[in-house]
Design a protein around this ligand. Structure first.
Ligand SMILES: C[S@@+](CC[C@H](N)C(=O)[O-])C[C@H]1O[C@@H](n2cnc3c(N)ncnc32)[C@H](O)[C@@H]1O
Length: 263
């Protein structure tokens, strides 16, 4: 009897030790994405830029895949991937002309916004196509833990200027900065490589955020949203927003045009 009691106490101790070990692992970014997706996504929505990693969604959620190019072109551009999700719709994140206002239950864009030249237009468009109460699900690389580390974090002022004056005002600088600080090229090589990338319109990380600076952008834009979740995990951070038209406010920073015009 005594030895059986000792054995069960030992087993219980081991079980708790195992539990504590599992629970003390840092959350994996894939698991965090899935957890947020299963908590917040339902109904009919889109995933922009799924490419080789379409997001898992809960049963019953239906996803239309959107990308800026058709499958053959994506395979050519991103030839390092042996499989990609075929887009159902070819459209630009900044415009989403295929989708009517207030028509979607969710919009998802994982590691896309940093490739977009005018994120202010893209955020405004995502909210245009979401129905009131619909969910905007974003993940972005966290510059503190990515190859963007040495780059300056993009400021709100920079993004408003790109939106107001057009992405071409800072395009060449973006390519130069990326090639210098991410690819580590200098001199003639730097200039040549930047010009090559710009000529083919390669979608580098035009903009660079970490959670604080992205939240600064969201707050400065005074978007009509409730912030449902913000989670930094490993290489990325996730932001889940819910469209709330009651929060529509006068446009920020004297930028009367900022959120109403698309280029
Ligand atoms: C780095 S991949 C993201 C892959 C995947 N979603 C992930 O989580 O890693 C970026 C994707 O966004 C797409 N993309 C970039 N800019 C876009 C734009 N302006 N409009 C639509 N899709 C865009 C690219 O073609 C590509 O499929």
């Amino acid at each position: 009897m005594k030895s059986r009691l000792r054995e069960s106490a030992l087993l219980r101790g081991l079980r708790l030790k195992l539990r504590d070990q599992i629970r003390s692992q840092p959350p994996r970014w894939e698991a965090t994405r899935d957890d947020l997706a299963f908590r917040y996504l339902s109904g009919n929505g889109i995933e922009i830029g799924a490419l080789y990693r379409p997001q898992r969604v809960p049963p019953g959620a239906s996803v239309t895949y959107v990308d800026h190019a058709a499958a053959d072109e994506l395979r050519r551009i991103y030839s390092e991937h042996d499989w990609i999700q075929t887009p159902d719709v070819v459209d630009e994140a900044e415009r989403l002309t295929t989708f009517a206002d207030d028509s979607l239950d969710f919009v998802m864009a994982n590691h896309v916004l940093e490739h977009v030249e005018d994120p202010v237009a893209a955020l405004s468009t995502f909210l245009r196509v979401l129905r009131p109460g619909g969910v905007l699900f974003l993940t972005l690389p966290d510059a503190r833990r990515s190859f963007d580390g040495p780059r300056e974090r993009t400021t709100v002022e920079h993004l408003l200027r790109d939106h107001r004056e057009g992405a071409e005002v800072s395009r060449a600088d973006h390519y130069l900065e990326y090639v210098l600080l991410v690819e580590g090229r200098t001199g003639d090589d730097l200039v040549k490589r930047s010009a090559e990338l710009e000529a083919v319109g390669f979608r580098i990380h035009f903009h660079v955020w970490e959670p604080d600076t992205f939240l600064e952008l969201l707050l400065a834009l005074q978007l009509p949203v409730d912030i449902e979740a913000v989670q930094a995990t490993g290489i990325e951070f996730a932001v889940v927003l819910r469209k709330n038209p009651e929060k529509a406010r006068p446009l920020p920073l004297g930028e009367e045009e900022a959120l109403t015009s698309t280029p």
